[in-house]
Write a protein that binds this ligand. Sequence first.
Ligand code: RRO
Length: 309
Amino acid sequence: MPPSLAVRLGSLEAKNPIFSASGTFGYGEEMEAFVDPGVYGGIIGKSISQLPRGGNPIPRVAETPAGMLNSIGLQNPGFEGFMKDYLPRMRDYGTVLVVNLVGDTIDEYVEMARRLNEEEAVDAIELNISCPNCPEGGMEFGIDPRATEILVGKVREVYKRPILAKLTPNVTDICSIASAAEQGGADILALVNTYLGIAVDWRARKTILPGVTGGMSGPAIKPLALRAVWSVARSSSLPILGMGGISSADDVLEFMAAGASAVQIGTIQFVRPKAVLEILSDLERYLSEMGVTDISEMVGTLHSDFVVR
Ligand code: RRO
């Protein structure tokens, strides 16, 4: 018998622990040429804002050693466009469907969440309180515990299925933000969004991204993200959807050992769009080799002989 890859994050159940990370997967359609979006444990589309956004001037990405910086600037079709043109197709993929929301104001998040509460096909919402490239909203909420708690609390009043809070690592103490999201009523913590960074062309005396800073992702951030997941897992009782530079089944199991109940894969999909398939088959093989019958047994198994002060 192959090992079970099924996972449970509170009341959200998935057939395997691999979710597509928001912003790296479109709304599924572009990925169909490479892989059936239904093979993921869950799919999370690009952040949706109330009104459509065209995004930032190009270039919007810069390659860095073992990673990339992005400053997409929230390009998306807006809430109505998403509901009409993208959601119907996403409903048919036959896997857990999470809609990522971003707003300039609390009211914008609340209005979109209220509408999605009526859409039974949407299994959960992920609140993007961590966009590093938004002039307003986004990370503004996620760097302040009080603002996080208030925002999540207001959305909780109108949305009855699971709420994921997607956290930024660009803070001094991510555990205090995690705890604020929990207080506000979040069901699952998703971490981490991208790290703020800069890429420089010194000969031109310019930054590569016109907006100067961008969000850093890819294998280079994996140790930082693991540390964030491990810290939050020790301080919060909520299930964690971990992410940050995951490229292989080994990486998935590292995040699960550190305390993630499931993970999101992102940047690796730009390099190997079929990565999910390799990861799922390697997960089965590694667990069989280790005699593990259920992947959930791996969650939070990391131990250390060091006393953390
Ligand atoms: O669109 C973006 O520039 C963006 C977003 Br919304 C986000 O949450 N994280 C990121 O790295 N880029």
